[in-house]
Design a protein around this ligand. Structure first.
Ligand SMILES: [Zn+2]
Length: 506
């Protein structure tokens, strides 16, 4: 008998935690952070308390009540032994976005994670160069122990534990070296193992497929046991890797069960593609005077390639923040593609150089670093990849004017809407001409509006979802990662709509 339980992400965009069990053998498909539920209680300056382990998340129903979590994250006033203990042979991770991986770090390390080599390099790279948030520390984590009466947890300094990973594809020696590299100063690092999926004994036959999404390394899975299940993860057809998504859809033809994302089912389809983004942004860059700033999501490496093409076309150099450089270097370990060689790295005014920055320099000694002064001297020479959070650096560059191209997703919540008002203030202060968004007044309140054609979504349109479902023609469809599961019900007749925590057996 096979059962599928959607523990989270059934009726929200993100937070996917889908559990499959066949005759006692279990697998999780993603174990992400549910931003929507998290945002009911928390925000940037009020986050769950790391020194209370999983206590806060469990208490507020932000993670499922199961006996599957790291022992060192359980304070003395929390008892998870009364919750069901699931059999988990592995966690299949679709891609390196927080809403898919952001709670894996909470899980008992005995469960290995299946992922693409690019995804593992991104997880390691992101963790190396940022302060880790509890749950997103997947590549490795710092062990905690109970303090005093055990309600508070303390991080054991200098003791990091690695998780075990199963890669969907072959890996290189450089890959293993980067995986093992101790970036944060630790006395001991008990690194995990890496195995290849083809060599790992499992009761299911699992195959990973490259997918087109707004981050490299995105993977869909075919899971075959008594029945076969196809899981799309997040995907689209209109990016430069659209052919990969099509290949998976062809391979998934006639599978009995399809678990599919439905992010864009709330909105009307618009015609969009990475090519349209390239055309609009290129045209803007060609007429731009002064410094150009391109604002796109840091891990959208496809967009970065789009802007690199534009930079070449208009005879400017593309300058990226050093964190992005570190991630591009990490990606190279997975696929051998040197994406940094023609780029410049922005070196802002900082008093210390971090370990990961030294590691990047060690790997790429010829990297071209650009100081704010160099940009001030010749602003027409550069396209600078900055976002709202980098605006402070303009105070060092002091551009007299320039062009700002916003090439990222629209604001969804009021909180982030206000960031656009602030962003506009910065740009007004430095006389920038803005493309891609503007601020308008509505009911006496300022809010952003967005220009179409400067951004293409990472998700499939309704038309493309319909095409994929028709092509696969499964017996049952379980939609996830959507605010509008009813759209599926209205348009197809073999839909199983589950509530969070509900199980479908067959
Ligand atoms: Zn995603």
């Amino acid at each position: 008998m096979t059962s599928i339980t959607v523990y989270d992400g059934a009726k929200t965009i993100g937070g996917n935690k889908i559990y499959i069990n066949e005759n006692g053998n279990g697998l999780f498909l993603d174990f992400g952070l549910n931003f929507k539920k998290y945002g009911l209680y928390f925000q940037e300056f009020l986050s769950s308390r790391g020194n209370r382990g999983i206590h806060d998340l469990l208490h507020l129903n932000l993670i499922p009540k199961l006996n599957i979590y790291r022992k060192d994250l359980i304070p003395s006033d929390t008892d998870i032994s009364k919750f069901p203990k699931l059999d988990i042979k592995a966690i299949l991770l679709s891609h390196a976005h927080m809403d898919h991986f952001g709670n894996i770090g909470l899980l008992n390390p005995q469960y290995p994670v299946i992922l693409s080599p690019s995804t593992l390099m991104l997880l390691k790279g992101m963790l190396d160069c940022s302060g880790s948030m509890l749950g997103s520390d997947v590549a490795y984590y710092s062990l905690k122990h109970q303090k005093k009466d055990g309600r508070l947890l303390e991080t054991e300094k200098n003791r990091d534990i690695g998780r075990n990973f199963i890669c969907t594809k072959e890996i290189s020696e450089e890959f293993v070296d980067f995986f093992k590299a101790r970036v944060k100063k630790r006395a001991t690092f008990e690194e995990g193992n890496i195995t290849l999926l083809k060599d790992y004994p499992l009761d299911f036959k699992i195959t990973g497929y490259d997918m087109d999404h707004s981050i490299f390394g995105a993977t869909a899975y075919l899971i075959s046991g008594e029945t076969t299940i196809a899981y799309t993860g997040d995907f689209r057809l209109h990016g430069s890797k659209g052919k990969y998504s099509e290949r998976f859809i062809n391979e998934a033809k006639n599978v009995p069960v399809l678990i599919i994302e439905g992010t864009r089912t709330v909105k009307e389809d618009i015609s969009e593609s990475e090519d349209i983004v390239y055309e609009n942004c290129r045209r803007t860059a060609e007429i731009a005077k002064g410094l150009i700033i391109a604002d796109f999501s840091a891990r959208n490496f496809e967009r970065l390639e789009t802007f690199q093409k534009i930079a070449e076309k208009v005879g400017r150099s593309l300058v990226i923040p050093s964190k992005d450089g570190y991630l591009l270097n990490a990606l190279e370990k997975a696929d051998g593609k040197d994406r940094i060689k023609d780029l410049c790295i922005f070196r802002g005014l900082k008093s210390t150089r971090r370990n990961w920055e030294s590691l990047l320099l060690q790997d790429k000694p010829h990297i071209h670093n650009v100081d704010p002064k160099e940009i001030s001297n010749d602003p027409e020479k550069y396209i600078l990849c900055f976002s709202f959070f980098d605006m402070k650096n303009l105070l060092d560059i002091k551009p007299p004017s320039g062009t700002y191209i916003y090439s990222s997703s629209e604001a969804f919540e009021e909180e982030s809407e206000f960031d656009f008002v602030r962003l506009k203030n910065w740009l007004k202060y430095f006389n920038f001409k803005i493309y891609g968004f503007d601020i308008v007044e509505e009911d006496g309140k300022e809010k952003p509006i967005f220009t179409k054609g400067f951004h293409a979504s990472g998700h499939a349109s309704k038309k493309d979802l319909t095409w994929a479902i028709d092509k696969i023609d499964p017996e049952i469809i379980i939609p996830v990662h959507t605010d509008n599961p009813e759209w599926f019900k209205e348009n197809f007749d073999n839909i199983v709509l589950l509530e969070d925590g509900q199980t479908h057996k067959f």
